[in-house]
Structures are given as C-alpha cells and as structure tokens.
Design a protein. Structure first.
Length: 198
C-alpha cells in the first residue's frame, strides 16, 4: 500500500470516528458515512486499476440521483403554489441537462475505447516510454519532449485520425486536458468521415 492510499485510509477512519463522537443529527451522520463509503470504494477500485467498474458505479449512482431529483421536482410541481412549481420545473430541467452531459461523456468514452482497441490491433498505439514519478504521475518534461513527435505527425498527415488520437494522448501526458479532448474529437470526426482535415 503506497503512502497516498495509507493517508486516504487513515483520513477516512479519523473522519468516521470524529462523526461518531460529535453530537450531530442522525441524518447528517448518515450523509457523512455515505460520502466516506463512496470515497473508500473509489480508493480501493482506483487503486486496483478497475476504472470501468468505478465508472459503472458512478453512472448508476448519478442515474439514481437524477431519477430522485426528477421525482422531487414532480412532487413540487403538483403542490399548486407558484414557488413550488418554479422549483419543481428547475428540478426537472437540471437533471435533463445532467443526463445529457452524462450520456455525451459515455458515448465519447466508448468511441475512444473502440479507437484504442482498433489502433492496438494494428500496432499503432504509441509506446509508453515516459518516465514517471514514484506516485505514478508522468514527468512533465519527458512528456513535453515526446509531444513534438506527435504534433509533427498530425501536421504532416492531418487526414489520418490515428495521428490525432496519438496527439491527444500526448496533450494529455503533457497535462493539457482541453487540447487533448479537442484533438480526440478531431480524431473521432475524421474516423467517422464527418470532417475533412484542414
């Protein structure tokens, strides 16, 4: 168990003991324990490299939350008072936006997974030779040094979605998530034939 996991486990136990000792209402204690359980599950699952399982749990919990929020919104709308109707409508609109964002991210992630599997089968995924810190994070200078190779490939052959996919990975390794997502969207669009490379 590395030091970060040990720290997380210690913090969870200490917060749980503090909550037990404090004279808090029962509802507040239950809420804190639910959050601690979620953090604990996240720590265990992420530590074992089971990102898909964690994503499935988060999606299930978010779906449950969105459903309960819509149900509460409907109850408020049937109250007959204008304040309840306005609050109810907002409680229905916000989960719809949340569901749209969640579905959009799931589709984005599944397309990336499909593309990665296709590139792996063709032997086109870049080799992970970037040096890492003891914590597992990439050494930024090393990632930046390798970035140039993938940027040049995307500039020389912008019509190949594989180059944009690799450029996205290079951006991500360098810590630029915004450009990484943009390059990945470009790769998805090129692969689907929806974009003519400029």
């Amino acid at each position: 168990m590395n030091s970060l996991k040990l720290f997380s486990a210690t913090a969870i136990v200490l917060v749980a003991l503090t909550v037990l000792l404090l004279p808090l209402p029962q509802g507040a204690k239950i809420t804190v324990f639910m959050v601690l359980a979620f953090v604990g599950v996240f720590t265990v699952i992420e530590g074992r490299g089971r990102g898909k399982l964690f994503a499935a749990i988060v999606i299930a919990l978010l779906t449950l939350y969105l459903g309960v929020t819509v149900q509460r919104g409907i109850l408020l709308m049937t109250s007959g008072e204008w304040v309840g109707v306005v609050l109810g409508m907002s409680l229905i609109v916000l989960p719809v936006i949340g569901a749209w964002a969640m579905i959009r991210e799931i589709i984005f992630g599944s397309r990336i997974q499909t593309m990665a599997e296709e590139m792996a089968a063709q032997g086109l995924l870049p080799e992970d030779t970037i040096e890492r810190h003891p914590s597992g994070r990439m050494v930024r200078q090393d990632a930046d040094a390798q970035f140039e190779k993938y940027r040049r490939a995307a500039e020389e052959n912008p019509e190949k979605w594989q180059n944009w996919f690799n450029l996205s990975l290079a951006y991500d390794a360098s810590g630029d998530r915004k450009r990484a997502r943009s390059a990945m969207r470009e790769a998805i669009a090129l692969r689907a034939g929806k974009l003519v490379a400029s």
